[in-house]
Ligand binder design. Sequence first.
Ligand code: HEC
Length: 155
Amino acid sequence: MHNHWQSEVVLKIFFHLVGWTATALLLLQLIKVDIPEAPQTTAADKISAPPEIATLLRRSCNNCHSNTTHWPWYANIAPISFEVKGHVRDGRKWLNFDIWNQYDEKKQQERLQGIVDTIDAKMPLPSYIWAHPNANLSKEERRSIKTWAQALIKE
Ligand code: HEC
């Protein structure tokens, strides 16, 4: 019957697509993303912040802005790994709270200003909040981080 023949073709195309997608995903796994090793640090290099601020930074920022990244299970699965590792690599490069005291004063001041400028909306990254709802910050929490950073900025 005509109909029967049609659904067979559709099924065939479907299984071809599944096969090709699976093959493409498997091949993607050959691409490994290596990010630079976390820099050497001592306890003295760490930023010192009041406990309530430190807690917020740990909860919402440290996965990308410190050496203590808790990698999710999918961090090694391409193509998600490209995104996750890229974020940690660039996040650490921009701002690493574990090497804060290795920064000179100018860099510290720039980063504090960066925190003031990004904390209302840009950070933590929206895609990250989507995957880690716990990392989201309330308005008040954002405000207390902002107030803390502003107080450290020298006019
Ligand atoms: C998912 C990873 C991730 C998280 C979580 C994250 N960041 Fe970032 N952050 C990045 C990346 C990547 C960059 C650099 C590229 C960019 O600006 O998008 C960056 C850049 C920054 C910068 C520099 C931007 C500038 O223009 O000076 C600041 C400041 C910053 N983040 C603060 C924070 C703070 C504060 C938190 C926590 C409330 C946070 N980030 C959470 C990934 C992250």
